[in-house]
Design a protein around this ligand. Structure first.
Ligand code: T4K
Length: 375
């Protein structure tokens, strides 16, 4: 018998600052009426995030997707971009929206990130960039990827949407590659409701990135580029400033939830936990994915349905693979070229994790999983 769940439990739940603190921070906007276009709060958040992420340059955007789109546009790329099919649609849509062609590389079965040993075989005269994703916040094999990139003179743009606050040997995750994109969507470890950012260490990019997110304007009466509107408002920046005050406490809470799940679920037949962070990695515990090995009466979809019935809403992040989605399949993309990614996508399930998830509820979720898995 499992404990009855009285309210729905979702895969993520937005952290919210104290309501009064938010209202008092935005109150001045009624006076100033300067509510968007690089306002005061926006500038403050940009500076605080640049420090928190340990990156020399940092810019805020309206959301992670537009940030990635602008990053690709700023590099003036043409041709093929090597990336992973085990990601959210945003990654590859940003490539396509820039008139580029994604080339899917298979992933590693331990980290679910792009397999660096398979990148070089995909490089040809049309290759213009490598776009790896730190899936679930687990760092890619950055050093090896960058060695390959340097050998062929290719830029590396990391989709770090999941990797806010992750560090490797004391260095911010954005210290790798040419540009890293972070998502500050409501479902993320750190959020601004909607929002995103680009971290980079090539100062010459700054002017162009700022211009591209503001229609391409380079001064009030001149535009050097064809840009878009990807600016963050003051109301979003205010949410970010307050959420940044509690981020370390929230990351600690996520760590202890992760440990609780690991303790409850380790050794279960047919259920594989993901890798523990390797030495030197400061994780952000953004997601808690498990793999379900199918056997008689047990499957990932079966567990998903069972949990749904009991008001636990897990998610199949990232199933189907991008190359199996109709919009990509119709263009001729073929998931059989990435067999490991295909298998992982069919087995993976992301369990609920967010800072305010109580340990008692982690135990109840685990109880339901055990009830389903142990037959
Ligand atoms: N690259 C990667 C690798 C990404 O994963 C993403 C976004 C991006 C790029 C692009 O970044 P952004 O442009 O989004 O900044 C969600 C998010 O919308 C998306 O940001 C995220 N990745 C993706 C993995 O997940 P859904 O469709 O799963 O979200 P949704 O609405 O079903 O929400 C999941 C759960 O979160 C809900 O059941 C309840 C909770 N929730 C949701 C919302 C919207 C809240 O607690 N508060 C909320 O406001 O896409």
């Amino acid at each position: 018998m499992t404990t009855r769940i009285e309210k729905d439990i979702y895969v993520a739940r937005s952290d919210m600052p104290e309501m009064e603190a938010y209202f008092s921070l935005v109150a001045e906007l009624w006076e100033s009426r300067a509510i968007t276009n690089a306002g005061k709060l926006h500038e403050q958040l940009e500076q605080e995030l640049q420090q928190y992420l340990k990156t020399p340059d940092f810019l805020l955007f309206a959301n992670g997707h537009l940030a990635l789109n602008v990053a690709l546009r700023a590099l003036d790329l043409k041709g093929e971009v090597i990336t992973t099919p085990f990601t959210f649609l945003s990654t590859t849509n940003a490539i396509m929206e820039n008139g580029l062609t994604p080339v899917f590389c298979d992933i590693r079965s331990d980290t679910y990130n792009i397999d660096e040993t398979k990148i070089e075989a995909l490089i040809n005269e049309n290759t213009c960039a490598i776009l790896p994703v730190h899936v679930y916040g687990t760092p890619c094999s950055c050093t090896q990827i960058e060695k390959i990139a340097a050998k062929f003179g290719l830029p590396v743009i990391y989709d770090a949407a999941h990797a806010f606050g992750v560090e490797v040997d004391g260095k911010g995750i954005a210290s790798f590659g040419d540009i890293s994109m972070f998502s500050f969507h409501a479902t993320k470890v750190f959020h601004t409701v909607e929002g995103g950012g680009l971290a980079f260490h090539n100062e010459s990019l700054q002017r162009k990135l700022i211009s591209l997110k503001n229609f391409g304007l380079t001064d009030p009466i001149q535009a050097d580029y064809i840009g878009m509107n990807a600016k963050m408002s003051e109301f979003h920046a205010a949410m970010g400033l307050l959420n940044l005050q509690t981020i370390d406490k929230n990351l600690d809470a996520r760590k202890s939830i992760t440990e609780r799940y690991r303790h409850n679920l380790s050794g279960l037949p047919s259920l594989k936990l993901s890798l523990e962070p390797t030495a030197g990695v400061k994780s952000n515990y953004a997601y808690f994915p498990v793999l379900i090995e199918p056997r008689a009466g047990i499957s990932r979809d079966g567990l998903f349905d069972y949990l749904e019935k009991h008001r636990i809403h897990s998610r199949k992040y990232f199933y189907p693979l991008i190359s199996d989605l109709r919009s990509y399949k119709e263009l001729g993309f073929d998931s059989s070229n990435t067999p490991i990614a295909k298998v992982i996508a069919e087995k993976v399930l992301a369990l609920p994790i967010y800072a305010s998830l109580e340990h008692g509820m982690v135990d109840i979720i685990s109880e339901h999983i055990i009830e389903y898995m142990v037959k």
